[in-house]
Write a protein that binds this ligand. Structure first.
Ligand SMILES: C[S@@+](CC[C@H](N)C(=O)[O-])C[C@H]1O[C@@H](n2cnc3c(N)ncnc32)[C@H](O)[C@@H]1O
Ligand code: SF4
Ligand code: SF4
Length: 493
């Protein structure tokens, strides 16, 4: 059966209209298998099947699919010098922060409410605000109830690893096939600078003993997961002067033990958060330092570069947070799961992803053959669908791509404050946006006014809306061609 006709707008608007979803539904393709796009040649089909709709485990999928976290696990058995879960702010987007903690029953209601309204939803994660494996009974109760209601939602946990080995068998039994472990060190001496204490076997440990136990449990948990074919992502917080160089060693260790992805994230540190690091002046890395380390790690365990360091109650596509639309007071007491929007969305997306992948590989192939030796950093304003489709002034983040003789690759994102509010822009905000775009050569967006464009130009950053609504890679390929003076490439513009 042929796929339904799709409009670009309906795909790139992250909240699909009921009408476009209804027409997609009438196409008849509504199973999860429809959501697949083409499998990369070097990937095992079974692994591809697990990651193809997972926004965190597949960079490509993050343009289309959304995750939600439910904050059912507040207790933690480790203290990290960068974490303070008491701090709470609805506008603050960083790990460990939540607006409200949930019981498993409340969490199930929230998952149903989100699944009914957010068609992109594919993953339910428990990322604290404490530790999913330590606060295990609540994690387990939540997952057991959710899969009864929505069997095709993927389940994920995020853990410091200390209690992980105790629950690997149960995780496997519940078909949890994505687990994140935070591993910041493989040398306990380094660990003493990150962890003041751990709580293990009903006892508190400090110093080198604490770090050694944590390290051994993390390695054991990782090996146990790999042995069962559960995909693992390793989070490492990059702490300049503490573990930044050491993360090269961490990358080697986790690769040897079967980690699927290594996600090196910048330390978020601010005295206002009340963390030990925040209060003692330990700084986080800047975007350029992050990229330099990630580039050094290239060739080791595969890197995740698109993590947005989400809140423990985040909802939506990575980079957007719709959590405030789904607070408990807005969710009805009785709810029935309605699969229609998610099913229709998958049918729509299947077609567009195939198209996008074909356009992407054409653009990458052409950039590779340009042999200009140039390297360009391009910041893209997008609201999903893999397209240049967000106005400069509305962007809350820019996705950053590098075009070079190696091809076109996603290298990260830059968070910014939204510059344009209700038709006018604040100069001070624009200055902040420009500062966040340090090192960027070109900005691509769906629309930009002359004033911000000129100010960006003064800072040495070019900006254009000439490629509005094109696929990101198609636009970057065309620009690279023009910059390289290759007429055959410029033809794709
Ligand atoms: C809040 S924790 C919850 C899961 C679990 N307890 C753990 O530590 O993995 C989720 C992730 O946020 C990271 N995180 C917490 N505070 C952070 C900070 N200030 N800067 C960067 N990452 C942070 C943790 O390292 C972890 O990878
Ligand atoms: S283990 Fe996770 S929740 Fe616990 S203190 Fe560290 S970051 Fe926070
Ligand atoms: S914190 Fe990173 S890995 Fe976790 S849901 Fe957000 S983007 Fe995905």
């Amino acid at each position: 059966m042929s796929a339904p006709v799709i409009s670009v707008e309906s795909l790139t608007d992250t909240r699909l209209s009921d009408q476009s979803l209804a027409s997609a539904n009438s196409g008849g393709c509504a199973s999860t298998s429809c959501g697949s796009s083409r499998r990369p040649d070097d990937l095992d089909p079974a692994v591809w099947d697990k990651i193809k709709d997972h926004p965190c485990f597949s960079e490509e999928a993050h343009h289309y699919f959304a995750r939600m976290h439910v904050a059912v696990a507040p207790a933690c058995n480790v203290q990290c010098n960068y974490c303070n879960r008491k701090y709470d702010c609805a506008n603050e987007s960083r790990p460990g922060v939540v607006s409200e903690k949930l019981t498993p029953d409340q969490a199930v209601r929230k998952v149903i409410a989100v699944a009914n309204e957010v068609p992109q939803l594919s993953v339910l994660g428990i990322a604290g605000p404490g530790d999913a494996c330590y606060d295990w009974e609540k994690t387990k109760a939540t997952f057991e109830r959710v899969v009864r209601e929505i069997p095709d939602v993927k389940l994920c946990v995020s853990t410091n690893g200390l209690a992980l080995p105790d629950h690997v068998a149960e995780l496997a039994g519940m078909n949890v096939d994505h687990v994140t472990i935070t591993i910041n060190m493989v040398d306990p001496e380094v660990g003493t600078k990150i962890y003041p204490w751990i709580f293990y076997n009903r006892r508190r440990y400090v110093g080198i003993e604490a770090a050694r136990i944590l390290h051994e449990r993390q390695m054991l948990g990782l090996e146990m997961l790999s042995a069962r074919g559960i995909l693992t992502k390793i989070n490492s917080v990059m702490i300049p002067g503490v573990n930044d160089q050491h993360l090269i060693e961490v990358n080697k260790w986790v690769k040897q033990r079967g980690a699927f992805l290594h996600n090196v994230m910048p330390l978020i540190s601010d005295p206002a958060h009340g963390t030990y690091y925040g209060l003692t002046g330990q700084r986080g890395p800047n975007a350029i330092e992050m990229k330099a380390l990630q580039d050094r790690l290239q060739g080791g365990a595969k890197l995740m570069r698109h993590c947005r360091q989400c809140r423990a109650d985040a909802v939506g596509l990575l980079g957007e947070d719709r959590g405030q639309e789904f607070t408990l007071d807005q969710i009805p007491g009785e709810l029935t799961y309605d699969a229609s929007k998610r099913e229709a969305y998958r049918a729509l997306v299947a077609e567009d992803r195939r198209d996008h992948l074909a356009a992407r590989s054409e653009a990458i192939g052409m950039v590779k053959t340009a042999s200009s030796g140039k390297s360009l950093l391009v910041a893209v304003a997008t609201k999903g669908g893999g397209r240049v489709n967000e106005h400069f002034g509305h962007a809350k983040e820019f996705q950053v791509y590098e075009a070079s003789p190696m091809g076109i690759s996603f290298v990260g994102h830059r968070k910014v404050e939204q510059y344009c509010l209700g038709g006018w822009g604040e100069n001070a905000t624009l200055e902040g946006v420009i500062a966040a775009l340090e090192g960027i050569d070109i900005v691509l967006c769906a629309k930009i006014g002359n004033c911000p464009k000129d100010q960006l130009a003064d800072a040495g950053i070019r900006a254009t809306d000439a490629y509005g609504y094109d696929y990101i890679e198609t636009a970057i390929g065309a620009i690279y061609a023009a910059e390289s003076g290759v007429p055959a490439l410029a033809a794709i513009a």
